[in-house]
Ligand binder design. Structure first.
Ligand code: M6R
Length: 604
């Protein structure tokens, strides 16, 4: 995750770019840079390390100009260094970028074949070249920018400066956040409202797929089809800018939309997209004989998905236990075991107690946590981070998908370390995993189905969720989400268990939500659906387009993006979150602070 800023100002801009980057340093601080358009030229300054290095450089080598862009970097493609720092430039174009360009390798090869020379290892430089190539076709900057983005796949946000255009900054968001700020005769774009805090509190939250051109006259915004669009201006107070809801009604809704960014930032801690290698910093899974995952609630369901991955990919025996039960059965411990706690807060009392119990018995401990300064993070031997950012809604969404993303990466790393896969397979799996942020963004966008489905679920007293394989934990998670925020009774079952009891509950008043991508298990789950429909049950099938074409008659079908089974738990998490959210909204429930719950449960 990186921070980006762009200013079309009426006074010198470089120190203001730095002010803003200071507020964005939480998003990354491997390097920082700024570029300005002045005197018919583009000029930039970049420095490795913390922002203060860039500040010192700007004292020695000041920049003129009233229009500029800036960046603080969290390295993904290419080591932290000056040459990989942003802005990246090509010809007439300078770009700052947050996110990952998935198809950068073929695009780079295409551009090199045309004689273009690359100076960095970044995927960002490809964007600069693409825009510069379009500009040589004698089109206006905005058209060139939009055409270039049409070639790019991935989840990202960008800000762009064009040589000779000294009162123009272009921006776009696809899966990563970007806001516009309206000042007095000045305009701004940035990763969040906080970044624009020193300049304006009048904020426009761009929607998914939007692009924007800012100049002294204001902002021209275009939707994902490049059609002119209008977005409301909101006045954001300084205090709320830190954790703001933006255009969203609830934090949970915002956090669902944060997921492409959160997932991407988390993956960058484990995957090097250039070498296509996956690491598990601080841990060699070849030394681990058994994995014991302890967690509560949603985090335990992430752990269950992790178990499928660690066992199938890495051949590592893995058990998952609800932390509140773990100690009380006096578990048999293996000397070569690793106890892995999973927790958003890093403070959950039950999980912490299980971790300490293992530690006291000489077991190596690790924690996958979102709060990196938490008690768990401090007490374990190895801390694996998720980078979901602050999660405010009590119902966990982006923390969950970030946990699943990190566990998937760790399982790939473990598979390689344990000799189960070779480098080519590691690279293939890494590339698949890096598609997840874009596909999560697609799943969030494709929500035209939600209202009738939510209206039907909202009427129910009981709801069943079914899934097979890694979709079974997702069924549990779907049921938990619905219960906690809409107060509708819901249960998740393994699809094959239905006939062993729960099928007695099936009647026309009990919707059954079946999560079944078109994978090797689809046909079996389809038989379970038919059993339900034959008994008068109402099935809502969440599947992909191929699965939809084989859906049993009578099922209501929700289509999610097609994806590899490796990342299906990440992509299919979105519809189940959206269902729970919309049902709770329809029922008028307190979505972000449901009754009787707390975000962090620090009592046993
Ligand atoms: O902070 P933690 O991840 O340790 O929290 C664990 C559970 O309390 C948490 O996941 C809870 O189940 C959520 N409210 C679910 O949405």
């Amino acid at each position: 995750m990186c921070g980006i800023i762009g200013i079309v100002g009426s006074s010198p801009v470089s120190s203001r770019l730095v002010d803003s980057l200071r507020r964005l340093e939480y998003r990354g601080y491997d390097s920082a840079g700024v570029a300005v358009a002045a005197n018919g030229r583009l000029e930039r300054r970049r420095a490795e390390g913390k922002l203060r290095n860039l500040e010192a450089l700007l004292v020695e080598q000041p920049l003129p100009g009233t229009t500029g862009i800036g960046h603080t970097r969290w390295a993904t493609h290419g080591a932290p260094s000056v040459r990989n720092a942003h802005p990246q430039m090509a010809g007439r174009v300078a770009v700052v970028h947050n996110g990952i360009i998935e198809n950068f390798a073929p695009l780079k090869a295409e551009l090199i074949a045309e004689g273009r020379r690359f100076e960095s290892d970044t995927d960002t430089e490809v964007i600069a070249h693409l825009i510069d190539r379009e500009l040589s076709g004698d089109v206006d900057p905005l058209t060139a920018f939009q055409a270039a983005l049409g070639r790019v796949t991935g989840a990202y946000a960008v800000a762009v400066l064009i040589q000779g255009e000294e009162t123009l900054v272009l921006g776009a968001r696809r899966g990563s956040p970007l806001v516009v700020g309206e000042g007095q005769g000045e305009m701004f774009i940035g990763s969040d409202a906080l970044a624009l805090g020193p300049f304006t509190n009048r904020i426009v939250y761009l929607e998914e797929g939007d692009s924007v051109a800012i100049d002294h006259r204001g902002a021209r915004i275009f939707d994902r089809d490049n059609v002119a669009a209008s977005r409301p201006v909101r006045v954001v107070s300084a205090a709320s800018a830190l954790v703001e809801k933006g255009n969203y009604r609830h934090f949970m809704e915002k956090e669902i939309h944060d997921q492409p960014d959160a997932c991407q930032h988390t993956l960058s801690a484990y995957i090097d997209p250039i070498t296509a290698t996956v690491s598990s910093p601080g841990m060699d899974f070849a030394t681990v004989d058994r994995l014991m995952i302890v967690a509560c609630g949603t985090a335990s369901y992430a752990g269950m998905i992790g178990r499928y991955l660690f066992e199938s990919l890495a051949g590592l025996p893995t058990e998952v236990e609800i932390a509140s039960e773990f100690r009380y059965r006096d578990p048999a411990l293996y000397p070569g075991a690793l106890c892995l706690a999973i927790s958003q807060s890093g403070e959950t009392a039950d999980t912490l107690a299980a971790l300490r119990w293992c530690k006291a018995r000489g077991i190596t401990t690790a924690a996958l946590v979102n709060s990196h300064e938490s008690t768990m993070a401090r007490e374990v031997d190895v801390m694996f981070p998720t980078h979901a950012g602050p999660e405010i809604g009590v119902a966990s969404t982006k923390a969950f998908t970030s946990q699943v993303a990190a566990l998937t990466a760790l399982a790939i790393a473990a598979a390689r370390q344990r000799g189960r896969i070779d480098a080519a397979e590691e690279a293939r799996l890494a590339a698949l995993l890096l598609e997840a942020p874009r596909l999560i963004a697609d799943a969030i966008l494709d929500d035209g189905w939600i209202l009738p489905v939510a209206q039907e679920i909202a009427k129910a007293r009981d709801v069943l969720y079914l899934g097979r394989g890694a979709m079974f934990p997702l069924a549990l998670e779907g049921a938990l989400k619905l219960k906690e925020i809409s107060y509708i009774h819901a249960e998740g079952y393994a699809a094959g268990e239905l006939k062993h009891g729960p099928i007695a509950l099936v009647d026309e008043a009990t919707p059954i939500i079946v999560i079944a991508p078109s994978d090797a298990l689809y046909d079996k789950t389809s038989s379970n659906m038919s059993e339900v429909i034959a008994r008068g049950g109402r099935v809502v099938l969440i599947t992909d387009a191929k699965g939809a074409s084989h859906a049993p008659d009578g099922a209501t079908v929700v289509i999610a993006p097609a994806c590899d089974p490796l990342i299906a738990p990440l992509v299919f998490a979105v519809p189940i979150q959206v269902i729970a959210y919309q049902v709770a909204v329809l029922k008028g429930a307190d979505v972000d602070q449901p009754r009787n719950l707390a975000k962090s449960v620090t009592v046993e």
